[in-house]
Ligand binder design. Structure first.
Ligand SMILES: Nc1nc2c(ncn2[C@@H]2O[C@H](COP(=O)(O)OP(=O)(O)OP(=O)(O)O)[C@@H](O)[C@H]2O)c(=O)[nH]1
Length: 354
């Protein structure tokens, strides 16, 4: 039977992966607003105890995806909760009378796509759904800045003190695993680098994988729906050829976890001078090498909440929606970094900015 025939009648599902802050949610938001009339169900998974991505997407008011079609998986990283969380969610989705035309899954920035894609080979899922393709979003500016390659010395130093450390740099490994799973690589944030920087990013990305998936460039995740949702690969049938570092290192079946990374939520009162707060926040992020920080701030006198998005020390902010009636105003920020980050010091430093 041909691949196309085997997939006939199945709902296509697109898996969108990529490191923290690469631009996955931005790309999906753009997709929902330009979905060519398709009805999309969205499954979102986020690292950290504050559902920022779901909120951003629910607020985008696109017709392609109503609020009940946005499902948040909050019990941990999707690659570790496949059996307990993802499969039951998919089963429920497939039982709905009004089935979607397409399913889009946004993994957390720390997820390995391989176990998720492999789950599409489970009999109940395989008969109904196929993976149209895995799209890996890359933060081109972060690659150009050496984000995924520059801490060899640090890892080597840690390895001296820890015989059990069998991994490369956790960022580098994850970056490669997410690229390895890709059918399409989107080199995003090209507005932040010049042409020669972009050429180096292309070369570096290509050098990290053996396969040659399609690679395209994008700004603000603007990629046509026909490309994103039209890959037609059936990736579940090829996932055994795209093994992650973890799978190769732990053939014996040792559990994968996210011990190398950590997150915590900082709650603050109102922020009366957001410009000054954000300016000084950049310093805290740089000093403690925070990988990702995002959340909402309460600015006195403003009817809307301020969305704050930091990727490394680049920070975007905008007022995204009005505080709802009865909603407690407050500032809540999720901080994500390497496990060894100094939570107490970061908490104290951020709290001192208010
Ligand atoms: N300059 C620039 N900023 C971008 C681009 N794409 C996304 N961003 C910004 O990057 C930040 C992170 O984008 P998200 O879409 O939330 O990234 P993500 O991959 O969903 O992040 P996580 O879910 O936390 O892993 C936001 O502030 C976006 O506005 C781009 O092409 N150029």
């Amino acid at each position: 039977m041909t691949l196309a025939k085997a997939q006939q009648g199945k709902i296509p599902a697109t898996v969108i992966t990529g490191f923290l802050g690469a631009g996955k949610t931005t790309m999906i938001r753009n997709l929902l607003q330009n979905a060519d009339g398709k009805r999309i169900a969205l499954i979102i998974n986020e690292f950290g105890d504050l559902g920022v991505d779901g909120d951003v997407l629910k607020g985008c008011g696109a017709e392609a995806c109503s609020e009940e079609d946005i499902i948040e998986l909050t019990n941990g990283c999707i690659c570790c909760t496949v059996a307990d969380d993802f499969i039951p969610t998919m089963t429920k989705l497939l039982e709905r009378e009004n089935r979607p035309d397409h399913i889009v899954i946004e993994t957390s920035g720390l997820a390995l796509p391989q176990p998720l894609v492999a789950a599409f080979n489970w009999p109940d899922i395989r008969s109904e759904v196929t993976v149209d393709g895995v799209v890996t979003v890359v933060d081109s500016a972060a690659v150009a800045a050496g984000r995924f390659a520059d801490d060899h010395d640090k890892v080597d130093a840690l390895r001296v003190n820890d015989d059990n450390l069998d991994h490369e740099s956790p960022l580098e490994e994850l970056f490669e695993d997410q690229l390895t799973a890709a059918d399409l690589i989107v080199l995003n944030k090209t507005d932040l680098i010049d042409a020669s920087g972009l050429k180096s990013v292309r070369d570096e990305v290509a050098s990290r994988i053996n396969r040659k998936p399609m690679m395209i460039e994008a700004k603000n995740g603007q990629v046509a729906a026909a490309i994103l949702l039209g890959l037609g690969v059936g990736t579940e049938g090829d996932i055994a050829n795209r093994r992650s570092h973890h799978e190769m290192e732990h053939e014996a079946g040792e559990e994968h976890d996210h011990d190398e990374f950590d997150s915590f939520v900082v709650e603050l009162g109102a922020i009366s001078d957001p410009a000054a707060f954000i300016d000084r926040l950049k310093g805290v992020i740089a000093e403690h090498d925070v990988l990702r920080l995002k959340g909402f701030a309460d600015v006195p006198g403003k009817p809307m909440r301020l969305l704050i998005q930091a990727v490394g020390s680049r920070i975007d902010q905008y007022y995204d929606r009005a505080w709802a009636a009865g909603e407690a105003r407050g500032t809540r920020l999720v901080v994500i970094g390497l496990h060894e980050m100094d939570e107490a010091a970061i908490r104290a430093a951020i709290s001192a900015l208010v």
